[in-house]
Design a protein around this ligand. Structure first.
Ligand SMILES: NC(=O)c1ccc[n+]([C@@H]2O[C@H](COP(=O)([O-])OP(=O)(O)OC[C@H]3O[C@@H](n4cnc5c(N)ncnc54)[C@H](OP(=O)(O)O)[C@@H]3O)[C@@H](O)[C@H]2O)c1
Length: 267
């Protein structure tokens, strides 16, 4: 079995790292293709994989993970003579668009992963194209690649992949952005950069660990553990709600969703 990764940037590398760590593939079984030699060299040094600048070299692979950006799809033309499973992680880009760049004997899968994949804590939405044929073994291979880096949700409709994008695909960035904002505000309140950083990072790590160790703990219950009645946290949350916290987030999700669809259509 040979795995090709076409576009091995942030997300492609997360998959590369997890499949090698979990021994789903050995480094000899992976061929990585990027646009620049510099990126290829960095991955070759870090993971010992083979690299190429020519997308057509991936035709010898059994599974090809598409990790380019939607904007770069029109640069790619692949034609498979022997059967290949093509797994696309391109936000907002329907399988029908992928089909116009990938021809021949290919079966298509769409996924929506997130950056947690890098540390074995990803969540990936998965959709097997209904016009492609997959053996049970091939379906398992795809799932094994995904589960090397975390959990998986399988969907029966492609539209669910789009819906998931603004929630969990983008999700880690909302979390980091909240951290950055808190860190800046802490500095405005007089803490040093180092103090602000450790205060926020440790807060987030502790909160994430609490969730991890209590699978049945809901977000509401977790919030209530901090926001005691009539207390300081409760007041902060009231202000967030009064200022339209939920509406702001909803608008952001809708706009992200719209942007994804535009990117998938435009190029
Ligand atoms: N980042 C996330 O958290 C996330 C989450 C969910 C889904 N996604 C999806 O994952 C995909 C990749 O996102 P990313 O954040 O990993 O992007 P990225 O870091 O910019 O990586 C894109 C990679 O594609 C390569 N590339 C671009 N054009 C190419 C071409 N014509 N031929 C070969 N390689 C090419 C680039 O190579 P060079 O560096 O050599 O130019 C780069 O390594 C996107 O479609 C995105 O929608 C990302």
């Amino acid at each position: 079995m040979k795995l090709g990764i076409l576009g091995c940037g942030n997300m492609g590398e997360a998959f590369l790292k997890s499949v090698l760590t979990e021994n789903v593939f050995s480094s000899e079984e992976v061929l990585v293709c990027n646009k620049t030699q510099e990126r290829n060299d960095a991955l070759k040094t870090a993971y010992g994989v083979s690299t190429t600048l020519k997308a057509e070299d991936l035709r010898s692979c059994d599974v090809v993970l598409l990790g380019i950006k939607p904007q770069n799809l029109s640069e790619i033309q692949l034609h498979f003579t022997q059967k290949a499973i093509v797994i696309s992680m391109l936000a907002g880009t329907p399988i029908d668009r992928i089909r116009s760049s990938v021809k021949g004997n290919a079966a298509f899968v769409r996924i929506m992963p997130n950056l947690g994949q890098f540390v074995g804590k990803g969540i990936t939405g998965l959709f097997f194209d209904t016009q492609s044929e997959f053996s049970e073994e091939e379906r398992q291979q795809v799932k094994e690649i995904i589960e090397a880096g975390g959990a998986m949700l399988e969907f029966s409709r492609e539209s669910q992949i789009d819906a998931l994008t603004s929630i969990s695909g983008c999700g880690p960035a909302y979390f980091f952005f909240l951290g950055e904002t808190l860190e800046c505000l802490a500095q405005e309140m007089g803490f040093s950069e180092a103090e602000a950083r450790v205060a926020v990072r440790q807060t987030f790590l502790g909160a994430a660990r609490l969730l991890e160790q209590n699978e049945t703990l809901s977000f509401r219950e977790a919030t209530q553990r901090v926001a005691s009645k009539g207390g300081v946290t409760e007041r902060a949350l009231e202000v967030l709600k009064e200022l339209g916290w939920e509406d702001i987030l909803k608008k952001a999700l809708l706009e992200a969703d719209k942007k994804g669809r535009e990117l998938g259509k435009e190029h």
